[in-house]
Design a protein around this ligand. Sequence first.
Ligand SMILES: C[S@@+](CC[C@H](N)C(=O)[O-])C[C@H]1O[C@@H](n2cnc3c(N)ncnc32)[C@H](O)[C@@H]1O
Length: 201
Amino acid sequence: MSRSSLRRAYGVWAPIYDRAVSGFSGPLRRQSLTELPEDARRILIDGIGTGLDLPYLPAGREVLGIDLSRAMLRRAQGRGQAVWLVEADAEALPLADQSVDLVVLHLILAVVPDARKALAEVVRVLRPGGEIRLLDKFLRPGERAWLRRAIAPLSAALATHTDLVFEDILAQEPSLVLISDSPAALGGWFRLIRLRKTASV
Ligand SMILES: C[S@@+](CC[C@H](N)C(=O)[O-])C[C@H]1O[C@@H](n2cnc3c(N)ncnc32)[C@H](O)[C@@H]1O
């Protein structure tokens, strides 16, 4: 899906997004965002959407949220929480190399047109030793999941991908190490994943 189609799609989603997503995702967000390291002072929420993660972040951190959709960002702004919001593309982050301590990737990698490019951008802006907190739906290598593969063209039209294999995306980033990977919902289709960028490759 092109960027302009994604913008249009999330313009439609924006007014109903919280009602549709907050109930199921709340406990998963809480789990994903527990035990944030003390030294994670600068946090990027990549594809922040309506800002549903904001209530789960500890106070006193510097938080930046980027998103392609102005309609979604407006909702995030309306939450009235301390956050810098910028309209930007996750595949070309307007941030300097190694400028953030932790990146939140909730329900975004399976949405962007090119998940590999988006992850490469995260690796670029994350400092060595920094962490990624990821929540999304992924297939496992070799998983047949015929229905999820079959509906992929349809779900892509609905602005999400159902056939991404996380291990394939991770394989391109040798600087990332897996800290944990746990099933989150729908029989492990949704996963909570923690990654750390190594100090050197
Ligand atoms: C499913 S929503 C998830 C929002 C939020 N992360 C959450 O957990 O509720 C996907 C978000 O990604 C944004 N998005 C899609 N493609 C993007 C891109 N290339 N760059 C930045 N944001 C993008 C959409 O506008 C939307 O707000």
